[in-house]
Design a binder for this molecule. Sequence first.
Ligand code: WT7
Length: 644
Amino acid sequence: MDDIRGPDRASSISTGVRVWPSKRYAKMHRDSIEDPEAFWDQQARKLEWQKTWDHVLEWKEPYGRWFVGGKLNACHQCVDRHVHTWRRSKVAIYWEGENGETRVLSYSTLFREVNHFAHMLLSLGVTKGDRVALYLPMIPELPVAMLACARIGAVHTVIFSGFSAQAICGRIGDTRAKVIVTSDGGLRRGKIVPLKDIVDQALPACPSVENVIVVRRTGQAIHMREGRDHWLSKDMTGAHVFVEPVAVESSHPLYVLYTSGTTGKPKGIVHGTGGYMVFNYVAYQWVFDIREESVYWCTADVGWVTGHSQIVYAPLSHGAAVVLYEGAPDYPAVDRWWDIIEKYGVSIFYTSPTAIRMFMRHGEKWPARHDMSSLNLLGSVGEPINPEAWYWYFRHIGGERCPIVDTWWQTETGGIMISPTPGIDPLALKPGSATFPLPGVDVAVVDARGNELEAGETGYLIIRKPWPGMLLDVYEDPARYREAYWSRFPGSYYTGDFAMRDEDGYFWLLGRADEVLKVAGHRLGTAEIEDAAIAHPAVAEAGVTGRPDELKGETIVLFVTLKEGIPPSDALKKEIADLLRETIGPVAAPGEMYFVDSIPKTRSGKIMRRVLKAVASGKDIGDLTTLEDEASVEEVRNALARLG
Ligand code: WT7
């Protein structure tokens, strides 16, 4: 937390009123774009560096290296820095287990646990640069393990605990992690998810893993293999261990996190240390206007980038008090979240449009049962928020008092890029618009040729200048990094999103423009789903598209052709759906599945996705006559006829 203190929140709400961005923001943004190096040099001084940088930015397109020559440690920023002040007794994490168990970790407890964990990693031979896989439920040991890795310069790769053994294999195969950290189980709607068993299934195919660290959570009997599997000891004789944080180079990788792209295999997005930490530190102040007394709760799972940046690195680097909740949003009752807000006096609450829409369905009587007057700021992330959900959130959760920060960003951007900034000054909000880019962020809406569009026109969102939170690379795949982000619009980063800038300069993010779906805010590649479906022995070909959905934003529609002589059946549909669930995860279960005679393809063998989309959403062929080089209108007609 630094000296910037935002204005009174009440004055920053003004919905539906057209106002240009305020003076303070406008000046900051202008200065940051005119002289980015001077701007970021100033911002970076807010962290504690073991060695100051020689250059703010080294840009060798498409690689940006920030604060070159500087050395720092991310764990030091999030933990040690606070235990050297009065914050040692401040709450770092309020943990709420699904079953009502609770734990409160002060910054000094966090310090002790992180050191203990780091010591255990060292004793298993983990050193700087080694990869460590984390497959844990939402328990304090997950942030503790991340910070312990950062402390010794190891690179964590968190695997969402809803993922299957196969997903674990893919990620560990790619990073060749030496150690995996898991727990006996996790709780989800009162049932035990047997995480250690799932790891045991995955490990025969993961030869790089030498050791497994197991955290006790659910307490059931599990298999522990002698010599390989080790309990994380709660034996606090380790209480006095101190592991010196390793000062790493600014561009030393902090973590690898997998996310879906337009081709089959998820990409390992690599984030560095210095740029990532600086960007998240300042963005958190600007967007969430964090104050010493704030109680902050982000409902994301730590397994996604939102959890990495907005539960762990940004809030803890500010010494904020963070709520961490283990379980399902509506368990044991629909008001579980509102109960948590009341219980901990949450002041800043950050969630997804899908969650809001789900609660909307259940009705306002649930939040109305709780005193949520502690709230003063709300946030939204992951997908566009429709005005109806925005207003419901504003009224029934925020009591018409709290501004909503609609934050646009991506796994790749590392931190929030477009959002209102109540921590800088008040700004009129427009429901459904993420408003303006943060200082230091240079975005534009362009046509297919890269020409900037006029106000009101829809096009592609690009980022024209490097920013400190930008990904370092795609893990061990520089060709894919170039191809996915830097080839479409030379010199600029392509986001894959449609956007529009209105006459007041506000940005509206309009969904994916590429072959990526957003289902309940989760990112899924169409090719990834197709590959998984084709693995079923009865499936010859598969084609996937998305269909707009009131609750989830988008649902998966899967078209399948079966191998010769195999009759379609409901049993087969179920098998294919189960396979997708298993290979990719529960979010990959299709909303609809159709058996068809053939999947429409172009002469070059590319699936004609627009045809699938048109069929799935009941649009007529009129929308398809601009298929460009994909196929002739005649081919499209034939394909449609075959799809029936
Ligand atoms: C994609 C990135 C980074 C947070 C979690 C998602 C969509 C994200 C918004 C928003 C409209 C949004 C975009 C983006 N998206 N936030 N506020 N308004 N769309 O990270 O899984 O990497 O997905 O989510 O389509 O490209 P992700």
